[in-house]
Design a binder for this molecule. Structure first.
Ligand SMILES: Nc1nc2c(ncn2[C@@H]2O[C@H](COP(=O)(O)OP(=O)(O)OP(=O)(O)O)[C@@H](O)[C@H]2O)c(=O)[nH]1
Length: 330
């Protein structure tokens, strides 16, 4: 790389062409560390699902940050954790494959919780990456820690976990809690984080057309939206048992051009009939709510009216059955 003059006139006849960088970054961290929220905040639109429940992200969804000097492609992964089931193992394999391909890794740990076994497990995994993959330690949810001393202590704790290229506190909360809570939470240092990530990308042209936010197939995003709606307000153990598959998305025939309708057929798989009852609710009330909520989001995503056909099915112990895992797309 050539050094840029920092001041004074450009040498005559030498045009400075700004460097453009492009490449891949990925966030890892224990469940609920704030990876999806960070991805969404950096990209500026909702591409990865978020929820208060851990382990809701199953697919490597890319969000793309378009800047005048760079294109940063974010790969959002499931949480890396000690596997307990076959599904857990597969998810970890996905994460490891992702880690070995990206240009820079962001290791996320939440500021409002002490460093735990989950963080150490991930830090160990990261220390086994090929040496040239830089890791930036990101202390997420910095807005949740108001005392500077405590934030400092958390930064030191995080720094002690590994050999990091940088360490930075951020907040990706968008103030959604409203102005009544003292102005609400504001984002913090997202631009600085983007700069740090971009600095680690190789020089190169944009890899995706301008304006594109994700290359995740629409069906996967639709499935994620249904999954998100179905998880809302249910018991803690249900998230691990729920899989959503979009069977078909077809424009309804015989509709006038100005009143299109997209038929979306979706199966929601659970492991036991007791779970099926939870998802469906008394007299189908819960499933109806899930459908209404998901439909609104799918319509917003696809920009067309949607008829959403939801079916809940039991796939007994699918997390432990290789054949069923394959069928469900894992
Ligand atoms: N206050 C605050 N809350 C945050 C921030 N970032 C994330 N959260 C909340 O933390 C919870 C978890 O965030 P996610 O982005 O879903 O976490 P994740 O790491 O993607 O979780 P998994 O998909 O389970 O791996 C959600 O309830 C978020 O709203 C932040 O910067 N500030």
């Amino acid at each position: 790389m050539t050094a840029q003059p920092t001041g004074g006139a450009q040498p005559a006849g030498e045009e400075s062409t700004p460097v453009f960088r492009s490449g891949f970054a990925c966030f890892v961290g224990r469940p609920n560390a704030g990876k999806s929220t960070l991805t969404n905040a950096l990209v500026g639109t909702k591409v990865a699902i978020t929820s208060g429940r851990p382990q809701t992200t199953r697919h490597a969804i890319r969000g793309i940050v378009h800047r005048s000097d760079a294109q940063l492609i974010l790969v959002d992964t499931p949480g890396l954790h000690r596997p307990r089931t076959l599904l857990g193992q597969r998810l970890n394999d996905v994460v490891r494959a992702t880690l070995s391909e990206v240009d820079v890794v962001g290791f996320c740990a939440p500021a409002d919780e002490p460093v735990g076994r989950g963080d150490r497990f991930i830090a160990e995994e990261l220390s086994r990456l090929p040496k040239r993959t830089p890791v930036i330690a990101i202390l997420t949810k910095a807005d949740k820690v108001t005392e500077p001393d405590r934030l400092g202590a958390r930064l030191l704790e995080l720094a002690a976990l590994g050999d990091f290229a940088e360490i930075i506190p951020v907040s990706a909360a968008s103030g959604s809690r409203g102005p009544s809570s003292g102005g609400g939470a504001a984002t913090y240092q997202l631009d600085v984080l983007a700069d740090l990530l971009v600095a680690r990308l190789p020089e190169g042209p944009a890899l995706y057309p301008d304006g594109e936010l994700t290359d995740e197939p629409e069906q996967v995003m639709v499935a994620e939206l249904v999954r998100e709606a179905a998880l809302e307000g249910v018991r803690d153990e249900l998230p691990h048992s729920l899989a959503v598959v979009v069977e078909e998305m077809l424009p309804r025939p015989d509709r006038p051009a100005d009143r299109p309708l997209l038929d979306v057929h979706v199966n929601v798989f659970v492991e036991r009939s007791s779970q099926k009852a939870i998802v469906i609710g008394a007299g189908g009330s819960r499933l109806k709510e899930v459908g209404t909520k998901a439909r609104g989001q799918i319509e917003a995503l696809l920009g067309t009216p949607v008829f959403l056909d939801l079916h809940v099915k039991v796939a007994k112990d699918w997390q432990r059955d290789p054949k069923q895992l394959r069928r469900l797309g894992f």
